[in-house]
Design a protein. Structure first.
Length: 380
């Protein structure tokens, strides 16, 4: 029996290095995988637009026009992956039973293959009743989403499915995040002269205690029914230059995971409160916090028909999906912020960002078939 074309495409995509160069300087980026995806769209009969978002980093947009005017549905996925340090053969796809291993297999070349397979099936099966389908493969989701931001400047849809890995659950929202840097200031001095020195690292310990207390409150506080509670963690800390000196600077970078409705600068405001209290407790305490980067959490409007329509489509394809929320962030927030109601739906697997990543092949095919069924329903 001939291998399934969608699975063959998935293996080809995994075999192409598309590590995000903003995460691993010197990496090739998305240009090679974009070329393969563009070829797939051309071959399936879609109209293709390639837009360079940054040097050597193009978005690929495929469009399938329906047989009459009508609503527009978008499938969207990112082409970049995280780095491969420590992996023995990251771009050598390996099958073990129903699992396919390799960097990006689950995050998210499985979803890309499913949406491209769905577009081909629709094109070869007589097209759409009306409206149109946009298939968007974008760059840079693993860093700051340059691709999705460029996408929504030119393209609009009435609804979208982002094919991130959700274990074939219909995810109606996801958490946001905020990065904040905190710096404590001390006074440099010889290690033998405690009266002259002020230890910036020890002062950071007070900040860490305040952040730990805040995280306990967040975890014990009100939780979203699908997304759970907000959280924070200390990510990176640096300070000091030699053993026999008092450090005059210590820096800490913190990540805060946010819920829909929380302000974009929630973590910075919380850090400001902690530092203000520490300054009141000790007039010699000096510190400052600055925001680095943040993204809103996302949730589709509860009244929107898309989630239930996708769940019904998935059931018709043999997949009993439930509604869920994702703890990670995704480009759905950018699409939603641009007025494109979006959900997440993609194949399952394991090993996101780890040394051994895999996707379930049966899930890839179920995802493809559910997307085909959804497109027919949405454009009727």
């Amino acid at each position: 029996m001939e291998p399934d074309r969608t699975i063959t495409l998935l293996e080809e995509l995994v075999a192409i290095d598309s590590v995000n160069p903003s995460l691993a300087p010197g990496s090739r980026g998305e240009q090679d995988v974009a070329r393969r995806i563009a070829l797939e769209c051309f071959d399936a009969g879609l109209t293709v637009e390639i837009t360079e978002v940054a040097p050597g980093r193009p978005n690929v947009i495929g469009v399938l026009e329906g047989n009459a005017p009508g609503p527009t549905l978008m499938f969207c996925g990112h082409m970049d992956t995280v780095g491969v340090a420590g992996m023995a053969a990251p771009f050598q796809p390996v099958r073990r039973g129903d699992l396919l291993y390799g960097r990006g297999a689950q995050d998210m070349k499985g979803g890309l293959a499913a949406m491209l397979g769905a577009a081909r099936a629709l094109a070869e099966g007589g097209g759409l009743p009306r409206g149109r389908l946009i298939v968007a493969a974008v760059v840079d989701e693993e860093h700051i989403s340059l691709g999705a931001e460029a996408l929504v400047e030119r393209w609009h849809a009435d609804a979208a499915v982002v094919t991130e890995p959700t274990d074939l659950q219909v995810a109606t929202g996801h958490k946001g995040f905020e990065w904040v840097e905190i710096e404590t200031r001390g006074r440099a001095a010889h290690g033998s002269r405690p009266r002259d020195g002020r230890d910036a690292i020890l002062r950071m310990g007070r900040v860490l205690a305040g952040l730990e207390s805040l995280n306990r409150k967040l975890q014990a506080g009100p939780a979203h029914p699908l997304l759970g509670a907000p959280s924070l963690h200390a990510s990176i800390i640096a300070g000091g230059s030699e053993l026999s000196s008092y450090p005059d600077r210590c820096t800490l970078q913190v990540e805060r995971r946010t819920l829909p409705g929380e302000p974009l600068n929630a973590a910075w405001l919380e850090a400001q409160d902690i530092l203000a209290q520490l300054e009141r407790d000790d007039p010699e305490f000096e510190a400052a916090a600055r925001p680095i980067f943040s993204r809103h959490a996302y949730e589709i409007a509860p009244s929107h028909a898309l989630p239930e329509m996708l769940r019904t489509a998935a059931l018709s394809a043999g997949c009993a999906s439930k509604f869920a929320g994702m703890t990670y962030w995704s480009d759905a927030a950018i699409l939603g912020g641009a007025g494109i109601p979006s959900v997440l739906f993609g194949p399952g697997g394991a090993g996101l960002h780890s040394l051994e990543e895999h996707v379930r092949l049966d899930d890839v095919l179920l995802c493809r078939d559910a997307l085909v069924a959804l497109a027919h329903r949405f454009t009727q």
